[in-house]
Design a protein around this ligand. Structure first.
Ligand SMILES: NC(=O)c1ccc[n+]([C@@H]2O[C@H](COP(=O)([O-])OP(=O)(O)OC[C@H]3O[C@@H](n4cnc5c(N)ncnc54)[C@H](OP(=O)(O)O)[C@@H]3O)[C@@H](O)[C@H]2O)c1
Length: 356
């Protein structure tokens, strides 16, 4: 175990340094896909930012037109090809199922568009690296839309971590279980269903941020559902003496909270830890604690922060966000790959590649 000179427990929590989303340079966004997250992304940008959603692309004309009509979007494209060819857009937001992220991201990048891809960046690390290489080759901005990273709560949390107030962080304990209605894409193997890509990615991302990119050992156990996707997965990631203990499930709801256990203090992030909300910093002896609060506004009150970050970086001529570089996305997915390998949780595309 490493030793650490304990810093004083802070008198108060720092303020979030997150810039005002409304002050970010307005970009012209084109949205690829018209599903659950696309709706919330557009509504969040339109409500809380100066970003302009000027175009939407769908696999069908009617769906594109209905989505455009609902949100007052000027241009509705009947295909993703038509969307990325539209000269009126600065950046494409890919909001399609995980198994299509690689093709959709490459389509946008090859058309010369800056590209933001919903989480997880890709199905596996190999695909994620292909996206990163395509963006780098064209000097285009590319980022995984890991919206959690850009919430004010996580900036405050990062400042507390950087201050050393926790001492040595010895454990991360977190869960993410959610119930989904029958028929949801999460139960469809051909759309890379199961808990890891949708939910587990938040758990592993948190650990990568707090403990680092490369655990020295990964242990995992999983179960499968009759429909052919994983039902739940339990993971232990070891970093020397430090451990992350994680559980994700689509069998039912769990608290979805996260605890960072330090030698001098700990943080418990209220569930759902990946959304706007509060956390508590407490000394190990429970003598003192500080509470961070922000409105629990779910996606609508949080997705715009990542869009504002993208706008600032692109306006500044940058090709990545230092808050969520592609290397962090790739490291996260590489750990997920190993967990899925250990639990036999290959998705349909990977199974057919492995068999051929
Ligand atoms: N950041 C978050 O909090 C968050 C939350 C939920 C989901 N997500 C991510 O966002 C992505 C989309 O999830 P979602 O829940 O929005 O899914 P969804 O409701 O099923 O929507 C996906 C959209 O993708 C398009 N699409 C393209 N190829 C498709 C295919 N083969 N089958 C079905 N739809 C296809 C469809 O739009 P068109 O028919 O118009 O082409 C569809 O409406 C996933 O990668 C997921 O991980 C992120």
């Amino acid at each position: 175990m490493t030793t650490h000179t304990a810093p004083r427990f802070p008198e108060s929590l720092p303020a979030a340094r997150t810039p005002d989303a409304g002050a970010a340079p307005p970009l012209r966004w084109g949205v690829m896909g018209t599903g659950w997250i696309a709706e919330r992304f557009v509504a969040s940008l339109q409500t809380h930012s100066s970003q302009r959603v000027v175009a939407v692309g769908s696999r069908s004309t009617g769906t594109a037109e209905r989505f455009a009509g609902r949100f007052g979007i000027e241009r509705a494209h009947p295909s993703y090809d038509a969307l990325v060819a539209d000269p009126a857009i600065d950046v494409v937001y890919v909001a399609t199922p995980h198994n299509t992220h690689l093709d959709c991201a490459l389509l946008a990048l090859e058309a010369g568009r800056h590209t933001v891809v919903e989480k997880p960046l890709a199905l596996n690390a190999e695909e994620a690296r292909t996206i990163a290489e395509a963006a780098a080759a064209r000097r285009l901005f590319c980022m995984e839309a890991h919206w959690t990273t850009f919430l004010p709560k996580y900036d405050v949390l990062q400042q507390v971590l950087d201050s050393g107030a926790l001492g040595d962080i010895m454990a991360v304990v977190a869960d993410f279980g959610e119930w989904f209605p029958p028929g949801h894409r999460i139960f469809r193997p051909e759309l890379a269903g199961g808990p890891m890509h949708d939910l587990g990615t938040y758990l592993v991302s948190l650990v990568v941020t707090v403990l680092g990119h490369s655990p020295d050992q990964i242990v995992a156990r999983g179960s499968r559902l009759d429909c052919g996707v994983a039902g739940q997965t339990a993971m232990v990631l070891s970093y020397g003496d430090r451990q992350a203990v994680l559980h994700t499930s689509i069998l039912g709801n769990t608290p979805t909270s996260a605890s960072l256990v330090g030698t001098t203090a700990g943080i418990t992030i209220d569930g759902p830890f990946y959304q706007p909300g509060g956390f508590t910093l407490t000394t190990v002896d429970r003598d003192r604690s500080l509470r961070y609060e922000e409105p629990r506004s779910a996606h609508l009150g949080g997705l715009h922060y990542q869009a504002a970050e993208v706008a600032r970086r692109i306006a500044g001529g940058e090709t990545e966000s230092p808050l969520r570089p592609l290397a962090t996305s790739i490291a996260t997915i590489a750990i997920m790959d190993e967990v899925r390998r250990l639990t036999g949780d290959l998705v349909a595309q990977e199974r057919s590649t492995a068999a051929s």
